[in-house]
Design a protein around this ligand. Structure first.
Ligand code: UDP
Length: 283
């Protein structure tokens, strides 16, 4: 084995794989650094490369990287609604959703909710932990709207005394039906422990987001979360938190600042996404 003896060479490679931290640095390792990692301007930071496309969804593409535990998510401007029946483009949405998700996830992480976030790579690309998605859409509501208002025959805008939570089974063929936790356990979609943990995190996210948004003059009506399991079985918040997955209403006027503008043909869709970006992130 050819071995490079690092007498004056210091490997400043930030998040290098564990096995590189001890033992000699081989020429093969250096080749992997040079060929696969492009160091960013920030000292100690590694920038990953997209290798193979693993998946393309309605709003995102997912790529493998050199690190088997990390994938790159690339946000698209494509928009769909009503189970994919309505299709369109919201220009600039991918960049806003990427940056808003990362902005919120980094704060949630600090507030004690583990997330899949690793590193923002560009306007619309982010490195995230590779997880297996728990096939449940977790919906938290503070105010009646959308399918809740329709199912239960009530008007939109009723403020609940306490937030509600519900699950949909993520299954395109079945059109994501509502499911309760007993059914989710019976179908082995998650264990009771995982469901308890997911509910705890979802309400924590609600408390954090509600306060954060209120400070920007926005009412958090409802939102959808997805959780994933890392290789060691840890439950982490995954997917996105954006105007695609939340209902945001201006706290004073009630103006809709989310994907309902697209779903309901209300106009100024791009403007609503930009307004949310400005209010939350100042850009
Ligand atoms: N939601 C989502 N993806 C879905 C369904 C819902 O992100 O596939 C979000 C939606 O944006 C809203 C919340 O979850 O913020 C509750 O949606 P609802 O059940 O009212 O369904 P909708 O009226 O959007 O069909």
């Amino acid at each position: 084995m050819e071995v490079y003896n690092p007498t004056s060479f210091e490997a400043d490679i930030g998040s290098c794989p564990k096995e590189w931290e001890s033992g000699p640095i081989t020429l093969d390792m250096i080749d992997r650094i040079i060929c696969h990692y492009v160091p960013s301007n920030e000292k100690g930071k590694i920038t990953m490369n997209k290798l193979e496309q693993l998946y393309e969804g309605k709003a995102k593409k997912v790529f493998s990287t050199e690190d088997p535990d990390v994938v790159i998510v690339s946000y698209k401007d494509d928009a769909t609604a009503f189970d994919g029946l309505k299709k369109g483009t919201i220009t600039g949405k991918g960049a806003i959703n990427n940056q808003m998700t990362n902005f919120l996830m980094q704060q949630l992480e600090k507030a004690g909710v583990p997330t899949h976030f690793v590193e923002e790579l560009s306007e619309r690309e982010t490195a995230v932990k590779k997880v297996s998605i728990v096939p449940l859409e977790v919906i938290v509501r503070n105010v009646s709207a959308g399918s809740f208002a329709k199912h239960y025959g009530v008007e939109e805008g009723i403020v609940f005394d306490a937030p509600t939570i519900e699950f949909s089974y993520k299954n395109d063929d079945l059109h994501d039906p509502l499911i309760n936790d007993y059914h989710a356990v019976a179908l082995h979609l998650a264990t009771w422990e995982e469901i308890d943990q997911i509910k705890k995190y979802a309400f924590q996210v609600n408390d954090f987001l509600k306060a954060e948004l209120l400070a920007c003059g926005v009412t958090l009506v409802d939102f959808k979360l997805e959780f994933g399991k890392t290789a060691d079985g840890t439950i982490v918040l995954a997917d996105e938190i954006s105007p695609d997955t939340c209902r945001f209403w201006d706290a004073k006027t009630g103006e809709k600042l989310d994907k309902d503008r697209f779903r309901r043909d209300l106009g100024n869709v791009e403007g609503a996404y930009q307004e949310m970006s400005k209010r939350l992130m100042g850009k």
